[in-house]
Design a protein around this ligand. Sequence first.
Ligand SMILES: [Zn+2]
Length: 291
Amino acid sequence: MPGVRIPVDPRTTWELPAPGAMPRTADLEPLVTRVLAPNPSPMTLDGTNTYLVGAPGSGQVVLVDPGPDDPAHLAAVEAALAARDARCVAVLVTHHHGDHAEAALPWGARFDAPVAAADARVAGPEGRVLAPGERLALAGTALDVVPTPGHTADHLAFRLESGAVLVGDHVLGRGTSVVTHPEGDVLAYLASLRRVHDLGPSALYCGHGPELTEDPGAVLDFYRAHRAFRESQLLAAMVRGAGTVDELVADVYAGVPREVWPAAAQSTRATLAKLAADGHVVMDGDRVRLP
Ligand SMILES: [Zn+2]
């Protein structure tokens, strides 16, 4: 598409740890300790980030996104609890994907802590379904429940008293996130980016990858521009003759590892659904054409 520039990722000039170089455990601010799970992959980047949130000296923390039910990860989380001299009083989950939610019920039972999420299946029979906008008073601090649908329908972020926002997979520490299909929704995703931007976050603590502290608003702006750029790339690929989802992925994602093409296909389908709703493309199963 003429006139659409490749958006520049502001993080390219930031000093972020190289992939694989994040510390296993890090105190990000007095309220927050992060523990990195040992599950790196092209989709989970360095691995899943588990967050311990609590007022120093309260003796309590909330665990956000326990991650995979992995014994080494559990040992690292328990060591971080001991270092904070705190016990876990609740388990919160940003969304239902297993790399964030798998350990929620078993660890909730182990810590005798309730599990809370937007999805009743994640919260379990004894858990709590969180409502958008509610404020949770826990562990000597407060967490605001921020609805952020898009990556998945049930996705939540949590705003801390410090102004930092735990964003799950809504925003990643490196690269961009995936809008899943058919569950995800590009329009909802864009509105969620705007919602988090409007909070004026002091930092973004992501589900994967390093913390984003230098200019969180610039990253959110880049994410919105990136979605618009993907739309223009898909339309340009169709002008060049791509007529199926697979052909579009092969064209637009030629430069990324094939391992992430299945995820790219989901994002492509989600974007095509938006373009079709806008009347810019016509979908017929896996076939797609310009109107
Ligand atoms: Zn994830």
